[in-house]
Ligand binder design. Structure first.
Ligand code: URP
Ligand code: ZN
Ligand code: ZN
Length: 475
């Protein structure tokens, strides 16, 4: 029998939230933080964190797990391996996407996605929706009902033939977000420009992976970002522009903010640590590993993204984990072939490396404060998607989702990661920190060496309205 006041006490932690840094013990009972302060009573388990930073568990608000794909493509990670990998890198909540395919009801997509997740996850999860077929029934019945039930955010694509909406459809969907208080996430790239460029590249025989970046120059992102902002202004609704890659889109977002528009923005590790050269400097197929959209840019654009992280332009830092094996017929070599770039599945893995990369180069590299790190990786994603204060902070009453940091040298090696992908785009990068412990609702799930499974204990979280928005949050 457990007579201790606490199930777990973390002692002498240097606790960092989005607003404060202070030394405290953290007392945990039944998966929640129940007391903060020095000299707490005994816990059934105790961890000495003296000299170590403790942050809230990461909230990865943009990742793709077991998302149904057109054959032969198949995602390498589902909810089991995806949340395992997340936990070993300090992330304790994930928000992947229940994606509607055209002709399918949104409700059916959500039910299917629950079946894929049920009993699998090691850490908690919520769902964003992807709206690809905004029928009148979806707009007037299904989507409003789902928002009320806890699916309070959805993604809209301006590109990809099987997902994209035209401007009129985007306006209709944004209007539902406005009426029902949901957060709309927008993938901003101009589809027709991409198709036009792709055809010209193909006609010239330029089909190697590196030409993926040539088919999606920054202006296609700039134009779509500006259009998304204009559509949101017309409807008078906040939006989140996701996976912002560089200067041109950043300029549009700064312009919108300067005009008082509620335009939030997300960026991802690939725009800080990769460049278009990672897609290849010759016609080798290896660069397929780094194909994602928008594509990584160049070193100067990396600096623009770092500046936006430091100065408040960006709201959220997510992985956009979209896991496809490199050497596999269901991955980057469709059907086992080296194919033209247009046929290579888009996306790269990054759930496990997201926090260590930003903590090492951002915080320990002196580019962002520790509190800003917490804000970008945990607090703001929880607020933007209606999970705060249960998630995203260290406070009495919040879930005991915690990361104890170990500031030591680590070289990223795929063989040491816990996803099912056969590569990491960050292979060989030297880091200065990695989680010493990840705690998910009071249970140690990663101890710096070993993963401690808690499959099926990760629970589905119904989301409230976003609390990044002005006005009083719902009681
Ligand atoms: O290339 C990417 N980003 N793949 C994942 C899907 C998306 O658009 O986020
Ligand atoms: Zn996207
Ligand atoms: Zn994505």
């Amino acid at each position: 029998m457990n007579d201790s006041a606490f199930d777990l006490v973390i002692r002498n932690a240097l606790v960092a939230t989005a607003s404060d840094t202070f030394t405290s013990d953290i007392g945990v009972k039944d998966g929640r933080i129940v007391q903060l302060g020095l000299g707490l009573g005994a816990g059934a388990r105790e961890i000495d964190a003296a000299g170590r930073v403790v942050t809230p568990g990461g909230v990865d608000a943009h990742c793709h797990l077991d998302q149904p794909m057109e054959a032969p493509a198949r995602m390498a990670d589902g909810f089991e391996s995806g949340t395992r990998s997340a936990a070993c890198g300090g992330t304790t909540t994930v928000i992947p996407f229940a994606a509607q395919h055209k002709g399918q009801s949104l409700r059916a997509a959500v039910e299917d996605y629950h079946r894929r997740a049920d009993g699998q996850a090691h850490v908690d999860y919520a769902f964003h929706l992807i709206v690809s077929d905004p029928t009148p029934t979806l707009l007037t019945e299904e989507l409003p009902a789902l928002i009320r039930e806890g699916y309070t955010s959805f993604k809209i694509y301006m590109t990809y033939d099987d997902m994209k909406l035209n401007d009129g459809q985007i306006l209709d969907v944004l209007d539902v977000a406005r009426q029902h208080g949901a957060m709309a996430m927008i993938h901003a790239e101009n589809s027709d420009c991409i198709e036009w460029l792709t055809k010209r590249l193909e006609a010239a025989g330029r089909t190697a992976p590196r030409f993926h970046a040539h088919s999606r120059p920054m202006l296609v992102e700039r134009e779509a970002t500006h259009r998304a902002i204009s559509l949101a202004e017309l409807v008078d609704v906040p939006i989140m522009v996701v996976h912002v890659s560089g200067r041109e889109a950043v300029k549009q977002i700064r312009w919108a903010r300067g005009h008082g528009l509620k335009v939030f923005a997300e960026t991802c590790p690939q725009y800080l640590f990769l460049t278009a050269e990672d897609l290849g400097i010759d016609d080798s197929y290896q660069g397929a590993r780094c194909i994602c959209s928008p594509p990584p840019r160049d070193k100067r654009n990396q600096e623009v993204i770092w500046n936006g992280l430091a100065d408040g332009l960006f709201t959220i830092f997510s992985s956009d984990h979209a896991p496809f094996k490199y050497d596999a017929p269901e991955g980057k070599k469709p059907g086992g072939e080296e194919v033209a770039f247009r046929h290579i599945p888009n996306g790269i893995p990054g759930l496990e490396t997201r926090l260590p990369l930003l903590y090492s180069e951002g915080v320990l590299g002196g580019r962002i404060t520790l509190n800003r790190f917490v804000e970008l990786t945990s607090t703001n994603p929880a607020k933007a998607y209606g999970l705060h204060p249960r998630k995203g902070t260290i406070a009495v009453g919040s879930d005991a989702d915690l990361v104890i940091w170990d500031e030591r040298e680590v070289t990223i090696r795929n063989e040491q990661l816990h996803h099912e992908v056969d590569y990491t785009p960050y292979e060989g990068i030297k880091l200065r920190a990695w989680p010493a412990f990840t705690v998910a609702r009071g249970e140690v799930v990663w101890d710096g060496q070993d993963f401690h499974p808690r499959q099926g204990k990760g629970e589905f979280l119904a989301c409230e309205a976003p609390t990044l928005l002005p006005g009083r949050p719902r009681a």
